[in-house]
Design a protein around this ligand. Structure first.
Ligand code: 1MF
Length: 181
């Protein structure tokens, strides 16, 4: 994944748990990269190892950490200059979630090493929708739940999310029923 992701993880861990913990986590993960370059592509394995080491060392469940990290990603990319990318994708939560593939096409045009997941929506209505998530990367459904929560925060909305299909449980993809208050 692009270094931007590892940078976001670094900032997330440093903010909530301190620089010292981050250094320890990096060492535990066996990651010898001194600092991550945003626009350079790194093996996914590095990110997974960092998440794994963080969970062990901070005694947090992976699903919990990934969900919080997903929320942080929306905040972080907003600050890193990608706010207009998010805003340009739609003026309501329903619209943005419907346009996530377009958003990733736009990023991918500039950064060809991007391996974007794919999303589609069904049962879109005033007060909610179902978001379907397809990814070459395993285990990141909790992060997507956090991403949705982060986007809702951008819109000042409160929502409830329930995972309705789960690849871990043998379904062919992950999906989320989203109710917007
Ligand atoms: O392959 C990748 O490197 C990659 C990196 C980030 C693929 C996707 C993403 C974004 N995605 C992270 C979870 C991936 C889960 C998966 O692969 O199954 C989050 C997608 C998302 C979902 C809901 C709402 C918002 C979302 O993200 C918005 C977004 C997406 C991409 C970027 C920024 C915001 C982005 C921008 C520049 C990038 C990389 C990603 O690369 C850079 C960065 C700095 C300088 C040059 C290039």
């Amino acid at each position: 994944m692009y270094g931007l992701v590892n940078r976001a993880l670094q900032e997330f861990i440093c903010t909530h748990h301190g620089e010292k913990n981050w250094q320890a986590i990096k060492a535990m993960a066996g990651v010898e990269v001194e600092f991550f370059v945003r626009m350079e592509s790194y093996p996914d394995d590095i990110t997974y190892r960092l998440v794994g080491a963080a969970c062990k060392s901070l005694n947090i469940e992976p699903a919990t950490l990934l969900r919080e990290f997903g929320r942080h990603w929306v905040l972080f990319t907003g600050q890193e200059g990608y706010g207009s990318l998010l805003d340009g994708a739609g003026s309501s939560l329903q619209e943005i979630l419907t346009n996530l593939d377009d958003l990733h096409v736009r990023v991918g045009l500039m950064y060809p090493a991007l391996k974007p997941p794919s999303f589609s929506c069904s049962d879109v209505c005033e007060d909610g929708l179902t978001l379907h998530y397809f990814s070459g990367r395993p285990g990141l459904a909790p992060m997507v739940m956090g991403l949705i929560e982060g986007l809702a925060e951008r819109f000042g909305k409160t929502l409830t999310i329930r995972q309705s299909c789960d690849r871990n449980a043998g379904d062919d993809h992950d999906s989320f029923d989203i109710r917007i208050a």
